[in-house]
Ligand binder design. Structure first.
Ligand code: FEO
Length: 399
């Protein structure tokens, strides 16, 4: 086919791979736009570095694209900003084609690469302040842990003011063939913005505090181009994109709440409405979602966004309704820690759902509001509903 590589500047090429059919990433992220695994060749007068690689299965695309620019065996360095296998899966094939290349990674990155390959690798470990002279082009390394793994770093090309940013500033959004920059004709700007937000929420939001620290390390750097590991290269509004991420990573000043409920005969629904009323009486914007009819992806995303979560469920055969249990199954401790949580529900015989949901929330390091337990035998009375509204009040209170 040919011409899969794209020149970004003289001596700097995108040589990654496109995956337009990908629809589920990392088992947790649905994407309608596929993705790209970005890799970049940077050539100096003395040395050439490949920055990032691609996922296993896309080796041929990577190597074909490199060959359009140079012989892979002439690559001197392979810089691994992040060692998750969507970026390192092609390493074994690449090292066969580029046997003299030295890997460059943080200490944690070097450890992860060794564990992935299970063999001795030539790796230079780098730390903050280290740099690599390619001859007229200097790569400087900025470790930025937990963006998105403990191994992560940024690589900054000083003379060209280009930041190779790993997963940060990425999007699962596969540009059309022949296109890789966000200012090219054929890029749907609004769809890219939505994909960027979705990517942030799914991949980066659990590490928002680390992102704030990582972005602070970029202060003072001139940024002409952002080269992330997924989706378009960003140069249309670089500073705007940085500020958008800074804003997203900053904790909200006022909380958002969601009240999920599963209800067979309407009793748990009545409690849900009363809890939501209590939250709204205290000025907390609250979404009420019926788990029976809600889109499961919307449930997942709403739970990730909310600062306060209430889940109502009847007790079915000694446990919560599967829809209600799924809300908590979709959360992890990084994402859930510190969110305020309430379980509630109507039951007929034994009523274990509330305590089981609360135990799960506590294991996720959420702040549970469970005393007294909000559980009601069959139909709620006026007093039960008043208690539910009161629980909404307590849920709104961060103290
Ligand atoms: Fe694109 Fe965290 O890997």
């Amino acid at each position: 086919m040919g011409r899969g590589s794209i020149e970004l500047r003289d001596g700097i090429h995108w040589v990654g791979a496109r995956d337009p059919e990908m629809r589920l990433f990392d088992l947790i992220m649905h994407t309608e736009h596929g993705t790209s695994y970005n890799a970049y060749l940077v050539r100096g007068s003395k040395h050439t570095a490949l920055i990032e690689m691609v996922k296993q299965g896309f080796e041929a695309s990577l190597l074909d694209n490199i060959r359009e620019v140079m012989e892979p065996r002439e690559i001197d360095f392979i810089v691994c900003n992040h060692t998750e296998p969507d970026h390192t899966g092609a390493l074994a094939a690449l090292l066969e084609a580029a046997p003299r290349a030295t890997l460059v990674a943080t200490g944690r990155g070097a450890h992860f690469l060794g564990e992935q390959q299970n063999r001795e690798l030539a790796i230079t470990k780098v730390k903050a302040g280290d740099s690599l002279d390619l001859g007229g082009r200097t790569l400087s390394f900025v470790p930025a842990p937990f963006l998105h793994w403990p191994d992560s770093m940024f690589t900054y090309l000083e003379e060209d003011h280009i930041l190779f940013s790993g997963d940060v500033f990425g999007a699962h959004f596969c540009p059309p063939p022949g296109v890789i920059t966000d200012d090219a004709p054929g890029i749907a700007t609004e769809a890219l913005h939505k994909a960027t937000r979705h990517y942030y929420l799914t991949i980066m939001a659990p590490f928002a505090g680390h992102l704030q620290k990582g972005l602070a390390k970029l202060d003072g750097l001139t940024l002409a181009m952002l080269c992330p590991s997924h989706g378009p290269v960003r140069r249309a509004d670089v500073q705007g994109l940085v500020e958008l991420h800074r804003d997203w990573a900053t904790p909200r000043s006022a909380p958002l709440a969601v009240v999920f409920y599963a209800s067979i005969y309407g009793h748990t629904k009545q409690l849900a409405e009363a809890v939501a009323r209590g939250l709204e009486e205290r000025g907390v914007p609250t979404t009420l979602l019926d788990l029976e009819s809600a889109d499961p992806w919307a449930v997942l995303h709403t739970s990730w966004e909310a600062d306060i979560i209430a889940v109502g469920s009847p007790t079915l055969n000694g446990g919560p309704a599967p829809h209600a249990a799924a809300v908590l199954a979709g959360l992890d401790p990084h994402r859930a820690k510190g969110k305020r949580f309430l379980a509630f529900g109507s039951y007929g015989w034994s009523g274990e759902a509330v305590s089981l949901l609360t135990e799960r929330a506590a294991a996720l390091k959420m702040t549970t509001i469970d005393s007294p337990p909000l559980r009601v035998i069959f139909a709620p009375t006026k007093e039960d509903l008043a208690q539910a509204t009161e629980a909404g009040h307590r849920l709104s209170d961060p103290s």
